[in-house]
Design a protein around this ligand. Structure first.
Ligand code: TXA
Ligand code: MG
Length: 351
């Protein structure tokens, strides 16, 4: 299959929207930018079209998809009821990087919901995503547009790397803004539960909803001790190995000077080190890849997936990363980084 690359530039957005709409109504696949990561979209009401997404990504078919909508009122037909908590979250955070889970209506096929009785829905704020979704007029099922297991794509080049020849088209709308996938909140039960941390933090959600629960499987402790956790994560996608570069990755925590000293001692030219801009000078050996700046925590989130992909290109046979637990969005950043490391998180004393 030849994948069309549709570059958004000048005033061609409405032509691109029309092209994407045609592909989607014919059951095809179009990747597109959102404010979080690039999504791989198909008609979410057409089970056959949704099933093509799993094939293109090599994704297990029990891992449900998020439906993307262009207007708040597009939610109602997809769900069997809209609780107050959902109204409040939509008012506070939509359009934006928040996904809500509600009991699904009959309109949503099992291929989209991964066989669950609930459905995940979000309204992106990215202007290109919003224009595409409004033009499509149908809910678009879209996981992140990476091959299953690889880091989520934050640039069109990442999507091309993983999906060229596997899907109908890629809308290139430049680099995404946030760089981590949306926060997911399950509203299908009495108490809201945070299923995936993101740019919208637990604190921001609690300001709107009052206290909320957190799926114990997503905490750092659970990922580190992943063999010990009782019960599978509630968001099926959170149980799979994710984001992993080819070489083994170890996250080292402790005093930054000690961390840099010990890693430098062990490093050679095939060792890749992920460190924030402020610390790169501390390393005397190894290839240091700059992972954002501590002074701008959004930059760490924004660059994380790109830097994880770059580890492979750098020919790494060993990767070390600093710990980002204490920066803003540290919970969301570490959730991804710990998965990429397979829970490999050690004290500098033990290195
Ligand atoms: O930011 C995002 O959310 C991006 C962009 C493209 O919108 N999408 C994304 O999709 O990250 P994906 O498929 O990579 O991650 C969706 C996650 C998975 O972990 C999946 O298991 C979970 O959402 N999920 C979807 N529907 C669910 C449901 N009904 N109940 C529980 N978890 C659900
Ligand atoms: Mg994904």
């Amino acid at each position: 299959m030849i994948t069309e690359i549709l570059n958004v530039s000048g005033d061609n957005l409405s032509d691109i929207c029309e092209r994407a709409r045609r592909i989607w109504t014919d059951g095809g696949l179009v990747a597109f930018p959102t404010e979080t990561v690039y999504g791989l979209g198909a008609n979410g009401l057409d089970g056959t079209a949704s099933a093509r997404i799993y094939a293109a990504k090599n994704r297990p078919s029990d891992n449900p998809l998020i439906l993307h909508i262009g207007r708040k009122e597009d939610l109602r037909p997809l769900v069997s009821f809209v609780p107050d908590s959902a109204e409040k979250l939509m008012d506070a955070f939509w359009p934006g990087p928040l996904t809500i889970i509600l009991p699904k209506s009959e309109a949503v096929p099992k291929e989209t919901s991964g066989g669950l009785m609930t459905v995940a829905v979000r309204m992106p704020s990215h202007p290109v995503a919003n224009a595409l979704l409004k033009a499509a007029g149908i809910p678009i099922a879209a996981p992140s547009a990476n091959l299953s297991g690889r880091p989520s794509p934050t640039k069109a080049a990442h999507v091309i790397e993983d999906m060229n020849g596997r899907i109908d088209a890629i809308v290139d709308g430049g680099d995404v803004g946030i760089g981590l996938e949306s926060t997911i909140v399950d509203l299908s039960q009495e108490t809201p539960v945070l299923l995936r941390p993101g740019f919208i933090t637990r604190e921001m959600l609690s300001r709107v909803l009052g206290d909320i629960d957190v799926d114990p499987a997503i905490t750092a402790d659970a990922i580190i001790g992943h063999r010990k956790i009782s019960g599978a994560p509630k968001a099926p996608g959170m149980k799979y190995r994710h984001y992993a570069p080819k070489a083994p990755l170890t996250i080292v925590y402790g005093d930054p000077l000690k961390v840099a000293e010990k890693i430098s001692l062990r490093a050679d030219e095939k060792t890749v080190i992920l460190a924030p801009k402020e610390h790169t000078e501390l390393y005397t050996r190894g290839q240091v890849l700059v992972l954002g700046a501590l002074a701008e925590p959004e930059s760490i989130a924004h660059e994380l997936f790109d830097v994880l992909r770059a580890c492979d290109a750098a020919g790494a046979d060993r990767i070390y990363s600093e710990d980002f637990t204490s920066v803003d969005f540290g919970g969301a950043i570490m959730n991804r980084l710990l998965k990429a490391a397979g829970g490999n998180y050690i004290n500098v004393k033990d290195l």
